[in-house]
Design a protein around this ligand. Structure first.
Ligand code: FES
Ligand code: FES
Length: 170
């Protein structure tokens, strides 16, 4: 076992960890982050997508011990994030999910896409979402939901004076 200092969803955590434990298992077992889903466990499906030091990453192919000193965000820590709130509403409205297994990873990736592209075209969006696999929806509802969310957020940003809702800081 080795000592690990890590910040998860704004909370500092110091604990001992098996050096072979993946970050995904660590988040689920030590931080109760059950939104971190495990699909392929090979870095392919995107179900385990989280944010490490401001960038999205796959937690199944990272070792927890390698993230000593890192700041991690999972969907649990983004409940009040305005982009995630809008994405949730849009996924609901546009039928962007069925079983929901891929959805946490989709939401985190979609948030990242919106923060980088604002209102992406469908082809940009499909390419940027290509690393997140959904077994249920056929993607049409997901693409529609992300476009819907991006448009609503852009409209809201136009009506604010502080530069809008994308400056969520995570
Ligand atoms: S479970 Fe991590 S990418 Fe599939
Ligand atoms: S909604 Fe079932 S895997 Fe995407």
């Amino acid at each position: 076992m080795q000592m690990l200092d890590i910040t998860i969803n704004g909370e500092k955590l110091q604990t001992s960890v098996d050096p072979r434990m993946s970050l995904a298992d660590f988040l689920r077992e030590h931080a109760d982050a059950r939104s971190v889903h495990l699909g392929c466990e090979h870095g392919v499906c995107g179900a385990c997508t989280i944010i490490i030091d401001g960038k999205i990453a796959r937690s199944c192919i990272a070792l927890a011990i390698a993230l000593d000193g890192a700041e991690i965000w999972t969907l649990e820590g983004l409940r009040d994030d305005p982009v995630i709130e809008q994405l949730r509403a849009s996924f609901h409205e546009c039928h962007g999910l069925q079983c929901g297994y891929c959805t946490p990873g989709m939401l985190i990736t979609a948030r990242d896409i919106i923060s980088r592209y604002g209102t992406p075209t469908e082809s940009v969006l499909r390419e940027a979402l290509a690393g997140n696999i959904c077994r249920c929806t056929g993607y049409a509802g997901i693409v529609k939901a992300v476009q819907h969310a991006a448009e609503r957020l852009a409209e809201q940003a136009d009506t604010t004076t502080d530069g809008g809702v994308l400056a969520a800081g995570v």
